[in-house]
Write a protein that binds this ligand. Structure first.
Ligand code: PLP
Length: 397
């Protein structure tokens, strides 16, 4: 079948591929220790579900304004101002069909063939493919485990060329859990301003930072408005991945362009999901610290457990809910288990019945992404399986 160049430039999300493979095995009754999904294992809070039920009963089931209902745009702006110290109003906010949709649309209206987009690595799998779909070129800037996978202003400045239009900065990061310190983030903003580069801050994990728990937005910085775009979502903060509500903040003309694109593609995000998001943004946020405390316990246990496995080294991630161990010791030499982490992940699913994602997909060869958004019991089971798998390999070597 003849398809366009732009669709042939991208591939199916490798994280979705892992989830599908694990689900197929589960459907056959196979017990999988599932470290694959990047979503909270907690239910959506009751008051949010109730708001959606009320919206259905109240017949709020028709088209809404393309960029989202005004009370929701206002509520997201007020929530962001309160939680993350920004200063946006409703006309600088658009509601989207999840954070990914917001990123896709921002890239669509800002970059095209001939442009370069800087993406710190390890990166979330969708960033490069979204950029490639627009025809622009991704340019990667490495971060290191020794530096907590923080993004550094000096490294960004080095990568900037006259073609650079946009930097995508995701902190806390999926997959590494890296957090870029606020002071450094402000230096990065200064670099972007100096070179007239847009800075897109992906804040989907903003409320999951550990020691200290200090949600930060670059929109709190002075002079951030002209060249900053903020992407956020209710998916992780409120355990609402399936509802598909995200948002973007930016200068009003950019928001108008995003609304124009939505008007010719998705139209409005689902009406009843918008009412649920409105309840999330205006209601009690008590479930957030409860989730965070649980993630903190799991983080401690999984990192400790991984470091006890032969040939596996794992740093303590600063945020999000992913452990990102280095398993490169198992990928080289005469007793290498696999040629790369993609092959290793397949082997782990087939032989150890553990689902996780290889670091290759995230621009991090030698690493594995392990989501600990699963119960401590399942974490213990997964650790036992990983230990058995790698210990056997070690004994055979
Ligand atoms: N950004 C990052 C870094 C993510 O990990 C995700 C989801 O996994 C998203 C954005 C998008 O989330 P959603 O589209 O569910 O809002």
């Amino acid at each position: 079948m003849k398809l366009t160049d732009r669709i042939n430039r991208i591939q199916i999300s490798p994280t979705a591929a892992v989830i599908t493979a694990a689900d197929q095995l589960k459907a056959k009754g196979v017990d999988i220790a599932d470290f694959g999904p990047g979503e909270p294992d907690f239910p959506t809070p009751d008051h949010i579900k109730q708001a959606a039920i009320d919206a259905i009963r109240g017949n709020k089931t028709k088209y809404t304004p393309t960029g989202g209902i005004m009370p929701l745009r206002e509520a997201i702006s007020a929530w962001h101002r309160r939680e993350l110290k920004s200063n946006y109003d409703a006309k600088e906010c658009v509601v989207t069909v999840g954070g990914k949709h917001a990123i896709f649309n921002v890239a669509s209206v800002l970059v095209e063939a001939g442009d370069e987009v800087i993406i710190p690595a390890p990166y979330w799998v969708s960033f490069p493919d979204i950029v490639k779909y627009t025809g622009a070129t991704p340019v990667y800037v490495e971060t290191s485990v020794e530096d907590g996978f923080a993004v550094r202003a000096a490294a960004i400045e080095k990568a900037i060329t006259p073609k650079t239009r946009l930097l995508i900065l995701n902190s806390p990061s999926n997959p590494s859990g890296g957090v870029t310190p606020p002071g450094e983030y402000e230096k990065i903003l200064a670099v972007c301003r100096k070179h007239n580069v847009w800075l897109m801050g992906d804040e989907c994990y903003s409320h999951f930072t550990y020691e200290p728990n200090q949600p930060f937005s670059i929109a709190s910085a002075k002079d951030s408005k002209d060249n900053v775009i903020i992407i956020g979502s209710v998916s992780k903060t409120f355990a609402m991945t399936g509802w598909r509500i995200g948002y973007a903040f930016g200068p009003a003309p950019l928001i108008q362009a995003l609304v124009k694109l939505q008007s010719q593609s998705t139209s409005n995000p689902t009406s009843i999901a918008q009412y649920a998001a409105l309840a999330a943004m205006t209601g009690n946020m008590g479930t957030v610290p409860v989730m965070l405390a649980e993630y903190a316990k799991r983080r401690k246990r999984i990192v400790e457990g991984l470091n006890a496995i032969p040939g596996v080294r794992c740093a303590l991630p600063g945020g999000a809910f992913y452990a990102f161990p280095d398993v490169s010791a198992h990928l080289s030499g005469p007793h290498a288990l696999a040629k790369d982490t993609t092959e290793l992940a397949t082997l782990l699913l087939d032989k150890a019945r553990v689902a996780l994602v290889g670091g290759d997909a995230f621009g991090a060869p030698g690493y594995l992404r392990i989501s600990y958004a699963t119960s401590l019991d399942r974490i213990e089971e997964g650790l036992r399986r990983l230990d058995r798998f790698f210990s056997r390999a070690e004994a055979a070597a």
